[in-house]
Design a protein around this ligand. Structure first.
Ligand code: SF4
Length: 260
């Protein structure tokens, strides 16, 4: 029986920041603190998804429909927030602005063939392991290909994403698996910040997918080695009590809960 390794793109992105964080996430999953930043994204996504499902059912969504879906999702998510990183009213205003910005600037360009499309495909196999990549694509579009929503607190840095965004590589690879079309494809990353939309098209193809396989092979070899710790990385925002769920049991053991 082969050992199965299964990664989400978010696991791979964690490894970019700190390998030890990836090892812990993979080997000892820990419930994550629910933050208002995540909930701002979840609620906006739920509203966009509802609009997409209406379009798939042959109905043109109105702004009230999209607001209504956001309101419903907000009532579900707000009571679950553990860490309000901005006042609740501020978060609510951002969601409303995002929904409105998306409705007027983005929706008219879209023609979905699928929303929230789950995938789980084999990247490679050896005699002893099967390695899979899985995830959920926000939006498959008849004209555009893949489209994904982000609702960050500030405008993304585009040159960085062009060089090292992993999600675009994983998701285009997954689509190629399904369609059998192995030419380079576009991944449209649409960031909506306080209602302002920032549209970035990333093109990924066979070279990117080959490099992805090399990257994952390295991680699988490390996991197979069953080491008790992997190299840690302190040099970024991610290594802090606010952003790393393993802080208390890792660097925070020595530095305490609030070192700076
Ligand atoms: S606390 Fe820092 S070093 Fe430890 S897992 Fe988290 S990011 Fe890595």
């Amino acid at each position: 029986m082969k050992k199965v390794y299964s990664f989400r793109q978010s696991d791979l992105s964690s490894g970019e920041h700190c390998l030890e964080k990836l090892r812990r996430k993979y080997q000892t999953p820990t419930p994550q603190v629910c933050t208002s930043d995540q909930v701002r994204g979840n609620v906006s996504h739920a509203a966009f998804e509802a609009a997409g499902k209406m379009l798939l059912a042959g109905r043109e969504p109105t702004l009230d429909d999209v607001y209504g879906a956001a309101q419903w999702s907000q009532e579900f998510w707000f009571p679950q927030v553990d860490d309000w990183r901005q006042p609740q009213e501020r978060c609510e205003a951002s969601i409303q602005a995002n929904v409105e910005g998306w409705f007027w600037d983005v929706l008219p360009r879209l023609n979905p063939t699928g929303v929230e499309v789950f995938f789980d495909h084999v990247l490679y196999e050896t005699d002893t392991v099967q390695v899979r990549l899985k995830g959920t694509r926000d939006w498959d579009d008849a004209e555009l290909g893949l489209v994904d929503w982000k609702c960050p607190g500030r405008k993304p840095t585009e040159w960085e994403l062009k060089r090292w965004d992993i999600q675009s590589t994983v998701y285009t690879w997954a689509l190629a698996q399904e369609t059998g079309e192995w030419d380079a494809q576009d991944f449209h990353r649409v960031a909506i910040v306080e209602g302002e939309t920032h549209w970035l098209t990333l093109r990924r193809g066979p070279q990117d997918w080959a490099a992805l396989e090399d990257k994952v092979r390295g991680l699988v070899e490390l996991l197979e080695a069953d080491l008790s710790v992997w190299p840690v990385s302190w040099s970024g925002w991610w290594c802090s009590p606010k952003w790393c769920e393993f802080w208390d049991d890792c660097r925070g053991k020595h530095l305490g809960a609030n070192p700076w």
